[in-house]
Design a binder for this molecule. Structure first.
Ligand code: NDP
Length: 329
């Protein structure tokens, strides 16, 4: 038997989540059984713990889109009992049972060996949010971002992706401008390395101006909506925006073609879910090297499985700061 957060759907279509004892025989068929140690909380988890957001296919469901733990059994040569592993993406926790449980059974293809220098707890302090932040920084670098190019903007900075992006970019030596709608997080963001705090309302007015003054050498954007429409017009010549999320809306409001054709700005789409294995290993190794672990610890809010229903509702309302780390045991 093992403990898991189980989401069930009533006949009237309402979902409710609680911690239950499950028999191991209920785990899905797959090659690798993992004794989960830590999971975390992402925006998608908020949806999957709650109303489902169209992501969950079958109930009862065990959410948790990422986890880290120790291999308990494996029928795949790449993994053996005792190996430390981490999982993000592949629709685990949405279409498949996920990491809000003491045990998970998944395909070997979905796992990555835990990089040297990271504990399972640190890996989940990073989680999908931090892994995606690293992919975003790597994409900016691959498209030419260099030290000394100028300030790099991070939107949704006090959230999970934004916090990790701020800490990585600052550690690498970039001047980080952190956009937040929560002024009370300014000290937290400065401690992570932000040189400048930009109030959210400075970037949310939709304008029809074709361009604004060239300000940002790069941007990691988790917000989209009106903010991305404005930011694109403020990007420096031939710089890039890594588009990660849609916390502020799925459309790019007020966007015009002018930044792309007059300034050669790049809009880089960042997907973490189906990333090929090589990219995953590269990103995890970069995280182990480039993310300051003391800053990571400062982002952590510890939680248990029982805390998740209320935390899931909080993240959907933009009320979670930094990274929630769930000790499933
Ligand atoms: P969080 O909720 O932790 O952070 C989002 C942040 O965005 C909030 O903390 C807030 O920052 C800001 N925000 C929220 N609502 C608004 C709004 N209406 N207008 C402007 N800013 C807003 O989520 P995560 O960091 O975990 O994820 C961020 C986004 O990235 C989500 O949309 C998520 O789905 C997506 N994502 C995409 C991935 C991919 O593979 N592409 C992987 C992981 C996440 P502040 O309070 O500082 O203003």
């Amino acid at each position: 038997m093992f403990k898991a957060l189980v989401v069930e759907k009533d006949e009237d279509g309402k979902t409710h989540a609680d911690v239950q004892d499950l028999d191991e025989a209920r785990l899905p068929e797959a090659e690798v059984t993992v004794a989960v140690e830590y999971s975390t909380l992402n925006y998608k988890d908020g949806l999957c713990i709650g109303p489902g957001g169209g992501l969950v296919r079958h109930y009862p469901h065990v959410p948790g889109i990422d986890f880290a733990g120790t291999v308990e059994a494996s029928s795949d040569d790449r993994y053996k009992p005792g190996d430390k592993v981490v999982l993000t993406g592949w629709r685990v926790g949405e279409a498949h049972w996920g990491g809000y449980a003491q045990k998970a059974r998944v395909k070997a293809d979905w796992l990555v060996p835990l990089p040297d220098g990271l504990t399972t707890r640190q890996a989940m302090a990073v989680g999908t949010a931090g892994f995606t932040a690293m992919l975003a920084v790597m994409a900016l670098e691959d498209h030419g971002l260099k030290l000394g190019d100028g300030p790099v903007l991070v939107t949704g900075a006090a959230g999970g992706v934004g916090s990790v992006a701020t800490a990585i970019l600052a550690k690498l030596g970039h001047e980080v401008a952190a956009v937040t709608g929560r002024p009370e997080t300014a000290d937290y963001l400065r401690d992570l390395g932000a040189a400048q705090i930009v109030p959210r309302e400075d970037l949310t007015e939709v304008t029809r101006k074709p361009l604004e003054s060239e300000t940002w050498a790069g941007c990691v954007d988790s917000v989209a909506g009106a903010m991305l429409g404005r930011v694109l017009k403020q990007m420096k010549y031939r710089s890039s925006v890594a588009a990660v999320g849609l916390a502020g809306g799925a459309a790019i409001e007020g966007a015009l073609i002018t930044p792309f054709i007059l300034r050669g700005v790049n809009l880089l789409g960042i997907d973490s879910v189906l990333r090929p294995y090589g990219d995953r290993v590269r990103a995890w190794n970069r995280l182990a090297a480039d993310l300051p672990m003391d800053k990571l610890e400062a982002m952590v809010q510890p939680a248990t499985l029982a805390d998740l229903p209320s935390l899931g509702a909080d993240i959907l309302k933009g009320r979670v700061k930094g990274r929630v780390v769930v000790d499933v045991n």
